[in-house]
Structure formats: structure tokens, C-alpha cells
Design a protein around this ligand. Structure first.
Ligand SMILES: NC(=O)C1=CN([C@@H]2O[C@H](COP(=O)(O)OP(=O)(O)OC[C@H]3O[C@@H](n4cnc5c(N)ncnc54)[C@H](O)[C@@H]3O)[C@@H](O)[C@H]2O)C=CC1
Ligand SMILES: O=C(O)CCC(=O)C(=O)O
Length: 390
């Protein structure tokens, strides 16, 4: 029986995939796996039992990836599963920044008792006139799952679209409309675009990427859309740019006590992925990742360990080892097994940065003492025996 702890409500559509081998628990200390959305895990103490965390979503800045990797806890996310939900909200944000729909709706509600509202509104409406997106320049920073969809949507709206991503994957390049112009640096986007939409992860080198210096080179009256993370934008600099008119509107899905009080901000309460479809997609993918890992040691979509799609096990036993990516590990594992006469049917080893993962299929289940020997090898973080005899 595997124990699963949900740190946020996770869509039933995904949870119902869990078989009778799984039980949800209240106590995190009992869990082998955690399912999480936006809850922060930075302040949480985890137990030795925890093997995996699946983030039902894209951003993983709420999880201490390195600390968990050192403990042999594999962290997954669900790439692309909520991208369409975010893209649609970005389009809505772009429209709300271009046309004063909110002002117009407010006027209607303030004048709803006016019997002649159908006439008075024809005079009042000039206060809510806006601009069209067609023909304007849209710059998309970060062409991952969301950025590509936003760029293509901008193109479909008749915008001239520019995109920048120094690490653009082949998969995403193939999804990108050929009418989107790729530029070499974010600076090209800052200098020439009327609308700038940011879709990068929050990392040390992306933190504060929208700041005094980058906004200074932007066009006057630029519209900035941030559906990625609040700390990508420097709030003090944004306040200044909004009050000087450099930035006409700042549309964000990540308001805080400062930005929520600024004039010129259009803010949503982190609604990008809050659609039935995105929640279902993320939950289903996250649950599958956890089940594949717990039952077969398969790693797919990990953000702190290498992916390792070893498939199902045709042997009696599978040994999985999370370890540091340092020399001489494999020879020590194989020596420990050969010392007790265990033959290896299949061995796969993968690495990602400082961490590595080894899967060994054997026809015999190693004894506790062999297991202890492997666990004691310097650099080993977590060892599991998956027994397929039952
Ligand atoms: N508002 C919401 O509810 C949601 C927000 N997000 C946020 O959006 C971000 C992006 O999500 P996805 O597109 O799914 O992730 P993704 O991983 O598919 O794409 C991110 C892209 O940013 C690129 N990138 C990294 N550093 C860059 C830089 N300095 N300049 C330009 N490009 C850079 C990467 O190469 C990658 O292609 C997430 O990290 C998360 O913070 C994601 C989902 C929902
Ligand atoms: O689960 C959510 O609503 C958060 C979505 C998000 O921000 C992400 O996937 O990065």
C-alpha cells in the first residue's frame, strides 16, 4: 500500500486514477508521495519515507528542488498540462488592457437604474474607447508550453509577433507559427514591442527581469503582461513606470499588497490554471508520474532527477538508486550484487547535473545486508527494492 498526501485539493479526475494500492493520508510523515499545486514546501520538514513529489502544474519555485534531490526525493511537474488555460487568460488580459471593458461594465452597473440607459450610454461610451491589438507588436519572452501558445494566439489576432527563448526546444520550435519572428535577445523585444508577455520560470537569473533599466528602453505606453511569477517584475520600478506613463498597463496574475494597490494594474488572483480542463490535465499527469515512479521506478518529467523511462520490469526484482553523479558508483553497485551471486538482467544509469539514477533488474531479491551495503555507499541518497513476486 502506498500513502499519498495532497497538500492542495487535486482534481478528482486525476485522483480516481489511483488504484486500490493507494491510500490518501492526512499525516505528511506517513506519505511516500506528495501531490501539490501552489502550496509552499520550503518550510515543511519531510520524513525519510517521502520518495516523490508531483507538482500538478508547471512552476516549481514552491519546492526546494536541490534539498529534495539531496534526500533522494524525485520532484515531477506536468509540462504543458495547464498551458492552454493560461494562454486563454493572457488573451483576456491583453484585451482588458486594450479596451476598457471593466470601466464600461462598471458604468453600466452604476447606471443600471437609469431608464434611458440605452441612450445615455451612447454619450458616456467615449470614456471607455480603446485600441485594437491587430497590427501591434507583441513580444513573448520564453517560448515554452505557454509562450508558444500565446505567440500563436497573438499571430491569430493579427499582431506582429516576436519571440525570444535562448533555450528554445525543438518540440516547441515545431509548434510555433512560422509567422512569429525569433529574436536573439530580450532587449530586441523590450525596444520594439507594444505588448510584452513574460512566460519564463522564476529563477535567480530571471528574477526582476522587468526593472527600471529594461523598462527604460521600452516604448512609451507599453503594456506588460505577467502571468508567470510576481518576482519577475520589480514592483517599485513598475510603480514608477506606471505613474510616468512609460507603462500604460501592467496585467498580472500574481498581484501582491503593493501591485494590487497601484493605478494602471489589472490583476487576477492567480487564475491562469484555474480551469476544469487544466486542473484535470495536471492532476491526471501528476498522478500517473507518481504511480509510474512508485510502482516501476520510471522517471518522467522530473525537474531534479534525470528522466529514466525504463519501462516495466520483466525480472523478479527492480532496485532503484538515487545517487550523486560521481565516479565509480556503478562499479560499487554491481560489486555489491556480484559478491552475493546476484546476476543483473538489466541496468540503466542516467544523470542530470549533480544527481544520477540507476535502475537494476535482477532475478533474485537481494538480502537486507546487500541492501544495507548499497545504502552505505558514499553518494547514495535513496535505495528501493521493487518486488514483483506477488
Ligand atoms: N498563471 C498561472 O497559473 C501559471 C503560471 N505559470 C508560470 O509560467 C511559467 C512558464 O510556464 P511553461 O510555459 O509551462 O513552462 P516551460 O518550461 O514550458 O517554458 C518556459 C520557457 O522559458 C524559457 N526561458 C528560461 N529562461 C529564459 C530567459 N531568461 N529568457 C527567455 N526564455 C527563457 C525556457 O527555455 C522555456 O522554454 C512557469 O514557470 C510558471 O512560473 C505556469 C502555469 C500556470
Ligand atoms: O495550480 C495552480 O493553480 C498554479 C498554476 C501555476 O502557477 C503553475 O502551474 O506554475
Amino acid at each position: 500500500m502506498f500513502h499519498i498526501k495532497c497538500l492542495n485539493p487535486i482534481s478528482e479526475f486525476g485522483m480516481k486514477e489511483l488504484t486500490e494500492k493507494y491510500r490518501q493520508v492526512e499525516d505528511l510523515g506517513e506519505a511516500q508521495a506528495v501531490l501539490v499545486r501552489s502550496a509552499s514546501m520550503h518550510e515543511i520538514t519531510v520524513s525519510e519515507k517521502l520518495l516523490a513529489v508531483a507538482r500538478a502544474g508547471a512552476g516549481v519555485n514552491n519546492i526546494p528542488l536541490e534539498e529534495f534531490a539531496k534526500k533522494g526525493i524525485v520532484v515531477f511537474n506536468t509540462p504543458g498540462a495547464n498551458a492552454n488555460g493560461v494562454k486563454e487568460l493572457v488573451v483576456a488580459g491583453l484585451m482588458l488592457a486594450s479596451r476598457d471593458l471593466v470601466g464600461g461594465m462598471r458604468w453600466i452597473s452604476q447606471n443600471r437604474d437609469d431608464e434611458n440607459i440605452n441612450k445615455t450610454m451612447e454619450k458616456a461610451k467615449k470614456a471607455f474607447a480603446g485600441k485594437e491589438a491587430k497590427g501591434k507588436k507583441l513580444g513573448v519572452i520564453g517560448l515554452g508550453a505557454i509562450g508558444v501558445l500565446v505567440a500563436n494566439a497573438g499571430q491569430a489576432l493579427g499582431m506582429e509577433v516576436y519571440g525570444c527563448d535562448p533555450f528554445l526546444s525543438v518540440e516547441h520550435a515545431l509548434e510555433l507559427s512560422r509567422n512569429v519572428s525569433l529574436v536573439d535577445s530580450n532587449e530586441d523585444i523590450f525596444r520594439q514591442c507594444d505588448y510584452i508577455s513574460v512566460h519564463v520560470p522564476l529563477l535567480e537569473d530571471t528574477k526582476g527581469m522587468i526593472n527600471k533599466d529594461t523598462m527604460e528602453i521600452m516604448k512609451d505606453g507599453v503594456i506588460i503582461l505577467n502571468f508567470a511569477r510576481d518576482l519577475l517584475v520589480n514592483d517599485e520600478d513598475m510603480e514608477q513606470a506606471l505613474s510616468s506613463g512609460k507603462v500604460a498597463k501592467y496585467v498580472t496574475d500574481f498581484p501582491n499588497s503593493k501591485t494590487a494597490n497601484m493605478d494602471g494594474v489589472i490583476a487576477f488572483p492567480h487564475l491562469g490554471a484555474s480551469t476544469e480542463e487544466s486542473e484535470d490535465n495536471c492532476a491526471k499527469m501528476a498522478v500517473k508520474e507518481i504511480m509510474d515512479y512508485l510502482e516501476y521506478g520510471i522517471i518522467k518529467n522530473s525537474v531534479n532527477y534525470p528522466n529514466c523511462d525504463v519501462g516495466f520490469c520483466n525480472s523478479v526484482c527492480r532496485i532503484t538508486i538515487c545517487h550523486l553523479n560521481i565516479p565509480n558508483m556503478l562499479s560499487q553497485f554491481t560489486a555489491a550484487l556480484s559478491e552475493c551471486g546476484i546476476n543483473i538482467d538489466n541496468l540503466v544509469n542516467k544523470s542530470k547535473g549533480e544527481f544520477a539514477y540507476t535502475v537494476i533488474d535482477t532475478g533474485v531479491i537481494p538480502s537486507d545486508s546487500t541492501l544495507e551495503k548499497i545504502k552505505k555507499i558514499e553518494g547514495v541518497r535513496k535505495v528501493r527494492i521493487l518486488n514483483y513476486t506477488n
